[in-house]
Design a protein around this ligand. Structure first.
Ligand code: MEV
Length: 316
């Protein structure tokens, strides 16, 4: 018997370092960001399936192009259950700003897959969840490394290398991570494909930048293990300059990074796909973090969050 209602959730994620390089087999470090969440609710409702979310309110079959990955995974799952594609509604509530490098597309897919399995009373393993979310992410991003899905499914800090087993990673630092939103939509797919073009057209430069990003990720891992927040900050700023050379920053991201650094952040960089979206900055005290957030907001940031790095949920 069907449930009358199915519910699923997915949290946001922040890539600390290693974005883009992770697509090419370099390591990346990411942390869960539960301050932002997605909740999908599926309810029994006679007739054609309806979807109510940030990008669309109406029939699922009339969804805009940017939701094609989500629509495809919904259809494939319902078919795999031998159920009919009708008689329910889908409501997606989100506090993850869309297309800002916080993993909203993967979180929407994960919350919705969980809700469908709950609605039809099926057991869902993490492997199946990854497989289904990947159906959507392949369409949305082209060639995802899998880091977004892994962090959102596991909800624990990850040292991630594409295709390899997760390395448990404990995170406890006496520092504060600021996330600041430019308010501009990021362009992950365009950024990922422009990096690919650079790697193909100028392999020497492209591969060298990617390798340097991988070296920095390993350096950051050591800095976190040694609780050296100053070195961690320096590596973040260096990563931003490499990402800029890779062509995935833009003037809004650069401006917010400069504002953070001018106001004594220990380091700052873009996070996620880039070309819009968010930056992260490191502060050693909550007072400093509050001060930097005020400066970011008065210099164009649309929103800011502060994460206490002593309180990040660890998986070990
Ligand atoms: C997107 O959150 C991170 C990128 O590295 C793409 C990916 O890993 O699939 C830009």
């Amino acid at each position: 018997m069907d449930n009358k209602i199915g519910v699923g959730t997915g949290i946001g994620k922040i890539i600390l370092i290693g974005e883009h390089a992770v697509v090419y087999g370099q390591p990346a470090l990411a942390i869960p960001f539960p301050a932002t969440k997605i909740k999908t609710t599926i309810r029994r409702k006679k007739g054609s399936i309806t979807l109510n979310c940030f990008f669309h309110q109406g029939l699922l079959s009339n969804s805009p192009k940017k939701l094609v990955g989500l629509v495809s995974v919904i259809e494939q799952i319902v078919h795999s259950f031998n159920e009919r594609l009708e008689d329910f509604s889908i409501d997606i509530e989100s506090s993850i700003p869309p297309e800002r490098g916080m993993g909203s597309s993967a979180a929407v897919a994960i919350a919705t897959i969980r809700a469908l399995y709950d609605y039809y009373n099926r057991l869902l393993t993490d492997d199946e969840l990854f497989k289904w979310a990947n159906v959507s992410e392949q369409i949305v991003h082209g060639n995802p490394s899998g880091i977004d899905m892994s962090i959102i499914i596991g909800e624990t800090p990850l040292y991630y290398i594409k295709g390899k087993a997760f390395v448990p990673f404990t995170f406890k630092l006496d520092a504060y991570l600021i996330v600041a939103d430019t308010g501009e939509l990021g362009q992950t797919q365009a950024a990922v494909s422009s990096v690919r073009k650079l790697v193909e057209s100028n392999p020497e430069e492209g591969k060298s930048l990617i390798k340097q990003l991988g070296v920095l990720t390993n350096r950051v891992k050591v800095s976190i293990e040694k609780k050296d927040v100053v070195k961690l900050g320096q590596s973040m700023t260096k990563a931003h300059s490499l990402l800029k050379k890779l062509g995935v920053s833009n003037s809004s991201l650069d401006r917010l990074v400069s504002v953070a650094l001018d106001n004594e952040a220990l380091g700052a960089k873009l996070t996620g796909g880039g070309r819009g979206g968010c930056i992260i900055a490191l502060a050693s005290t909550i007072q400093q973090a509050d001060f930097i957030c005020d400066k970011l907001l008065s210099n164009g940031a649309k929103n800011t969050w502060i994460l206490d790095m002593e309180l990040i949920k660890n998986g070990q």
